[in-house]
Design a protein around this ligand. Structure first.
Ligand code: CTP
Length: 404
């Protein structure tokens, strides 16, 4: 499917360099033509010959070397590429890209190309969490560089933690998407909710729940790149609003319900990832509640409106997707919610699984459809989980159209 697509695979000097061989094979298997560029340090981890044999092309390392027979010099490579993928990307290479340095072949090529740039960082946890690296990655993201977040797992020198190169599968998939952007949601209007809600107790206190909004934001970003027009109704989160998304900020469940109502009519599909508070203080006070010498208090709570339930009752031909955060009996509870709220799809996760749910960058879910299908999704970055959910939404929208 990637026939005719040209990829420059940049390999930099980290312990994960050997995984670049698998990435190269994955890209070749999908039909891409791949030319490998290595930094001098990468050559200390894996010999260029490995990549030469796998790619069937000469490997370039030095800016000043004349190209080998069949090879290209750096500006030609920069023009030839439909995608430049740097995997693994070390802290040093990321810093050079962020600063716009061009002191070797790889950095010069990255500066000279107009092709999309995709980088897969891999390094020690302390290095990736260092404010310098975080700032460099944020600067690159702000410039439109695509970044595949690393995973948590075994690192070099018997360490464990965040910073391990993303899986070969997700790197190849992301590269393929950039080479062949899917537009299966073109013309569709999606309404997505995300984040927690805040229910005021008084002007200084509130009741809320653990939710970062990452899952909903990932869905919004990926839906946009698949061609959808996206309205994102979000509670209080500390995430950057994605460019191109129509974002509506709300605080309470009541406000979220009003915003959803306003945008419902103009939507073809609704995806409710928000962790809406189920209860709110029955009698929020206009002034700050004082301790007043007592050593306890009883709080009376009332139910918030069930936003999703309301949508399900009047869904028309709209596709409605709900989420279920569970701590036990995942399938039973999810199917019950699917039926009770009249949904087309429910995305359920067991929030007790390590790495799944709430503030995590990854999630592991199971999806259930109205027609009884069960679609398990393994532990993946939330962006990848978002793609799997959107695959289902795209096909449900298509089926609804065919059935109409
Ligand atoms: N939801 C909603 N309005 C609420 C509460 C939840 O729209 N007041 C939505 C959530 O966005 C999610 C789905 O309903 O998509 C499931 O939420 P969850 O809290 O897991 O389920 P509940 O129906 O509230 O059931 P319970 O808390 O008993 O598990």
């Amino acid at each position: 499917m990637l026939k005719g697509k040209a990829v420059v695979l940049g390999v930099t000097g980290g312990i994960a360099a050997y995984k670049a061989a698998e990435i190269l094979r994955g890209l070749k298997k999908n039909g891409a033509d791949v030319a490998v560029v290595m930094t001098a340090n990468a050559g200390r981890f894996v010999a260029p010959l490995t990549f030469e044999a796998l790619s069937g092309r000469p490997v370039s390392v030095d800016l000043f070397d004349p190209p080998a027979p069949g090879g290209m010099e750096h500006l030609t490579l920069a023009k030839w590429a439909d995608l430049v993928l740097i995997a693994p990307a070390t802290a040093n290479t990321i810093a050079k890209l962020a600063a716009g340095l061009a002191d070797d072949l790889m950095s010069t090529l990255a500066l000279a190309t107009t092709a999309p740039l995709l980088i897969a960082p891999a390094m020690n946890t302390r290095m990736i969490r260092h404010p310098a690296t975080e700032a460099n990655l944020a600067a690159l993201a702000g410039r439109g560089v695509h970044i595949i977040k690393p995973e948590t797992g075994a690192l070099a020198e018997e360490e464990e933690g965040y910073g391990r190169l993303a899986s070969t599968e997700s790197i190849v998939r992301r590269a393929s998407e950039l080479l062949l952007p899917r537009h299966d949601l073109a013309g569709r209007r999606l309404l997505v909710t995300a984040g927690p809600t805040r229910e005021a107790l008084d002007p200084v206190r509130y009741i809320s729940n653990r939710s970062s909004g990452k899952m909903g934001f990932a869905i919004a970003v990926r839906a946009l790149s698949r061609g959808a027009a996206v309205t994102l109704v979000h509670g209080p989160v500390s995430l950057e609003i994605p460019a191109g998304v129509h974002a509506v900020a709300v605080l309470s469940a009541g406000e979220m319900q009003a915003a959803v109502k306003e945008h419902l009519e103009a939507s073809d599909a609704v995806i409710m990832t928000a962790a809406v508070a189920d209860f709110r203080p029955a009698d929020p006070r206009p002034g700050k509640i004082k301790k007043g010498g007592t050593d306890g208090m009883v709080l009376e709570m009332e139910a918030t409106p069930d936003i999703l339930g309301g949508i399900g009752r009047n869904k028309g031909r709209r596709i409605v997707v709900g989420f279920a955060a569970e701590t036990s009996d995942l399938e039973k509870n999810a199917r019950k919610k699917l039926a009770e709220k009249n949904l087309d799809l429910i995305v359920a996760n067991d929030v007790t699984v390590p790495g799944a749910g709430f503030e995590s960058d990854t999630n592991q879910v199971e999806m259930f459809t109205r027609t009884g299908r069960r679609i398990p999704v393994p532990l993946l970055p939330k962006e990848e989980v978002a793609e799997r959910i959107l695959d289902q939404v795209a096909s449900l929208l298509e089926q609804a159209e065919e059935g109409a």
